[in-house]
Ligand binder design. Structure first.
Ligand code: CP
Length: 312
């Protein structure tokens, strides 16, 4: 592929190839000296039109460990504030001949649109409630390493599914790898027509968690609820917050995941989130760097194998 815009466009073999390469980068990242020259001489620009801690930091670290020249655009201080459109901003940066553009945007589809206008490889770092492909890939690598496989697992995704690009990308990836997916949450936070994705839907958390291998918690994404129903945090925690009692309904060795940022005491008990016997939340962050290194390397390999078109 020329870009990484979503899990939708990836096949099981491509997912496995990327995770295998990422596994090698996990080993590299644990060494004292982490630098390679895989992307030496290439320019990576990170454009985040929405806040980020994990994704932006890990894309920057990933690029630097691969030897790329990495620039973080401060979008709050850019000419977007003077009314320049997304496409004009992209065309302006494109004229400086970057090789990789990493883009996060609040509007679903904005990153796909941008990818059509530039010459370089584009990586979607999250667009609206559409896709967050590198998050699903890092989740997949975390699951594969913890469980020893990435197929025939029972995975519960819990909470605000309706507004979650993380849930959407994970549902697609885990489905492509032939896992059983259970979505748990109040009907108000469940997207309509979701059963078409071959998932089981539960309103009762204890019922939904029964005998699952993986419990993936999600944040209430109030920034995307635009005036709609926002549950009371107390009531939400009572019904859908993951605590040791609710987790006891899952398999005894079930792992607990959260993409971050997490709201302790809203969707997850803080002590459980820190319990290294159950929670793999910090491993998810570690896998994020490795997966992003692998994704950028594979895109650059593809580009090097193709003649470069010059857009004027
Ligand atoms: N999981 C995730 O995308 O976190 P950030 O918003 O901090 O990048």
């Amino acid at each position: 592929a020329k870009h990484l815009l979503g899990i939708e466009h990836l096949g099981p073999d491509e997912i496995t190839t990327l995770l295998d390469l990422a596994d090698q980068y996990v080993d590299l990242n644990r060494r004292d000296v982490k630098h390679t020259d895989t992307l030496a001489g290439l320019t990576q620009i990170n454009m985040f039109f929405e806040n980020s801690t994990r994704t932006q930091a890990s894309f920057e670290i990933a690029g630097k460990r691969l030897g790329a020249d990495v620039m973080n655009m401060a979008m709050q201080a850019s000419s977007v504030k003077k009314g320049e459109t997304l496409i004009d901003t992209a065309l302006t940066l494109n004229a400086m001949h970057p090789d990789l553009l990493v883009v996060r945007h609040p509007h679903s589809g904005a990153v796909d649109l941008l990818a059509q206008k530039v010459n370089c490889a584009v990586l979607n770092a999250g667009d609206g409630r559409h896709e967050h492909p590198t998050q699903a890939l890092l989740d997949a690598l975390t699951i594969r390493r913890a469980k020893g496989r990435l197929h025939r697992l029972s995975v519960a995704i819990c909470g605000d599914i309706a507004h979650s690009r993380v849930a959407r990308s994970n549902i697609m990836l885990l489905g492509k790898m032939e896992n059983r997916i259970r979505l748990i949450g109040p009907p108000t936070l469940m997207p309509s027509g979701i059963a078409e994705f071959g998932v089981e839907v539960f309103e009762d958390m204890r019922e939904g968690l029964r005998d699952v291998d993986v419990v993936m918690m999600l944040r209430l994404q109030k920034e995307r609820m635009d005036g709609g129903f926002i549950p009371s945090e107390r009531e939400y925690y009572h019904r859908y917050g993951l605590d040791p009692e609710k987790l006891s309904h899952a398999k005894p060795d079930a792992i607990v995941m959260h993409p971050g940022p997490m709201n302790r005491g809203v969707e997850i008990d803080g002590v459980l989130a820190d319990d290294i016997n159950r929670s793999v939340i910090q491993e998810q962050v570690e896998m994020g760097v490795a997966v992003r290194m692998a994704a950028m390397e594979l895109l650059v390999r593809t580009r090097r194998a193709q003649p470069r078109e010059v857009m004027v």
